[in-house]
Structures are given as C-alpha cells and as structure tokens.
Write a protein that binds this ligand. Structure first.
Ligand SMILES: NC(=O)c1ccc[n+]([C@@H]2O[C@H](COP(=O)([O-])OP(=O)(O)OC[C@H]3O[C@@H](n4cnc5c(N)ncnc54)[C@H](OP(=O)(O)O)[C@@H]3O)[C@@H](O)[C@H]2O)c1
Length: 212
C-alpha cells in the first residue's frame, strides 16, 4: 500500500484518481481549497491552498499526483503552484505525477508540439499553461525528483467522462490515435493508467500520453 497525495482530488481528474487508488487499497489524501460535494470512501480530505500546505500534506507520501487546473483564480498561477508541489515531492522523496494537456504532445516524432501551432481560442490559455508546466519539469525540476508529465487524449475532459473499460494505451510525447483518427480516453480509464504508473513505475523524468 502506498500513501498517495492527490492535489485537486475533488476535481474531475483528481477524483477519478483518488477513487481508483482508494479501491486498490492505497492510503489516499486529497487536497483542494473546498470540501468535496461527494466523498469517496477511503479518501481523506484536506482543505487548503496547494502551495500553502504542500510540505505538510506531502510528508511521508510515496507519490504525489498534481491535478490542478489553470482556471478561475488559478489562471496564470499553475507553474508557480506546480513548482512548489514538485519541490515538496522532491524534499519528501516522493514520486511526482503531474497531469497536463493533450496539446503538449506531438503529432509525429520530431514534429512541433500541437501547442506550437494554431489552437482553438477556448483552449489556448489552458494549453499554454499546461505546456509551461511541462517545460518547468523538463528544464527546472529538482535534480532528485522522479517526475512524469502525463497528457490525456484530445477529447478527454469532464464533458466526455465516458465509461470504465479497463483498457488504455500509453505512449511517449507523440500522440496516440485510434483507427478512426480519434483521440479519446474516459476519466476512469485515464485514472487507471495513472494509478498503474504509481504501482509499477515505467516513466522517469519523462512525458507519457494516455489514449485508447
Ligand atoms: N484534453 C485535455 O488536454 C485536458 C482536458 C481536461 C483537463 N486537462 C488537464 O488536466 C488537469 C486537471 O484538469 P481537471 O479538468 O481534472 O480539473 P478540475 O476538474 O477543474 O479540478 C481542479 C481541482 O484542483 C483544485 N484546485 C485548484 N486550484 C487549487 C489550489 N490552488 N489549491 C488546492 N486545490 C486546488 C480544485 O478544487 P478547489 O477549486 O476547491 O480548490 C479541484 O479539485 C489540468 O492540467 C487540465 O489542463 C486536459
């Protein structure tokens, strides 16, 4: 059993990860600024701003999952807050799994990342912040931090929660597409991939993508 601290554990990604980890018998602590509307059995909820309570929350953790979103009053603050979480994980000797966006992937090996091309206006700011949080890890992460940056499929999101199938594929920084050219993953299956990576680490200081 591992102690897993999920920052943003009441959000879309974080609650799916918290549920999956708790069902597997892990000790799960969720951190968010507000109380959950629905509590998940086996999850302990801590309320506070991630960057303010990071070191206390992370003490004794085996793994930290960072699943905040750069929306509302967090717009423009993601890199700053994720930097604090990364340092806290490094200080605690915990593995650090940071959730980012699809746009940080590439369409093909050595091609520019999607975020470097045209982006739909409604996703642009979030995609750029997610990418900046990847660059923070790739270029400025603490040397002793065992991190992984995790991109979901293109149509991932709370608006397309989908079903739990227990299947997924894992790639590197090149996007995976299904035989119809689609890029999707349900919330439950994305969470399975993340908790599998906690249970059986395969990626170290690397980018991984998850899709069907
Ligand atoms: N297709 C895609 O590429 C795609 C789609 C969706 C999401 N994503 C990415 O996935 C990540 C997670 O997104 P999501 O949609 O799962 O997020 P979400 O549902 O908006 O959840 C965010 C969570 O973070 C918490 N939070 C935010 N700021 C916080 C702070 N300063 N301190 C503590 N808790 C804080 C929120 O709770 P409180 O507000 O109560 O604190 C909530 O629990 C993001 O990086 C997002 O860009 C990518």
């Amino acid at each position: 059993m591992a102690r897993i601290v999920v920052f943003g554990g009441t959000g879309y990604t974080g609650s799916n990860v918290s549920r999956e980890a708790a069902v597997r018998g892990h000790e799960v602590v969720s951190v968010s600024r507000s109380q959950p509307t629905d509590r998940i059995d086996g999850v302990t909820y801590e309320v506070g701003a991630a960057d303010e309570i990071a070191s206390n929350a992370v003490a004794g953790a085996d793994a930290v999952v960072a699943a905040l979103s750069p929306r509302g009053d967090m717009a423009g603050r993601l890199v700053e807050v994720y930097s604090v979480l990364a340092q806290a994980a490094a200080d605690a000797g915990a593995r650090y799994l940071q959730v980012g966006g699809f746009s940080s992937l590439r369409p093909a090996p050595d091609a520019p990342r999607f975020v470097e091309g045209e982006l739909a206006e409604q996703y642009r700011a979030e995609a750029l912040e997610g990418e900046a949080s990847r660059v923070m890890l790739a270029e400025r992460a603490p040397e002793n931090l065992d991190w992984v940056f995790i991109s979901p499929a293109g149509s991932y999101g709370s608006w397309a929660a989908g079903e739990r199938t227990g299947t997924y594929r894992v790639g590197d920084d090149v996007a995976l597409f299904d035989q119809d050219g689609g890029s999707s993953i349900s919330g439950a299956d994305f969470a399975i991939a993340i908790v599998d990576e906690v249970d059986s680490p395969e990626h170290h200081r690397a980018h991984m993508g998850v899709a069907y």
